[in-house]
Design a binder for this molecule. Sequence first.
Ligand code: 4NP
Length: 141
Amino acid sequence: MVCLGNICRSPLAEGILQSKLPNDRFRVDSAGTAGYHIGRAPDRRSIEVAAQNGIDISQQKARKFSQDDFDRFDKIFVMDHSNLMTLKQMALTPDDLNKVTLLLGEDQVPDPYYGNEDGFKAVFELIDQACVQLSEELQKM
Ligand code: 4NP
């Protein structure tokens, strides 16, 4: 799960998808395309909306997406077109490129960083809905 800062959207996406998959078969992780917040816990507002939904993301630490991640993961979901473009530019092989898709198919998960708590609730719902279907698809693979 990849966003820009790895403190708002992708930590939520990591926690939500993890909560819907058996952890003995799947490894879910997140990263940011930018390194502004490396080592920090998720944004307080993401931690809160996750907790309100029974998911603890408070122990996550932000990291920057690295070239190795194309090899370490089978699928890479990005939150918006900007993240998509960044990873497409980093991809070295057609295989790398094929791993990267928008989490919402064609739509974007809006960046809630400069907004209020309602934006974080909306982001939670968007990601949660996408992950219901995604978790079913992944478990059929
Ligand atoms: P995220 O949100 O990409 O969902 O983690 C952002 C977090 C921080 C910044 C931008 C977006 N920032 O500019 O610091």
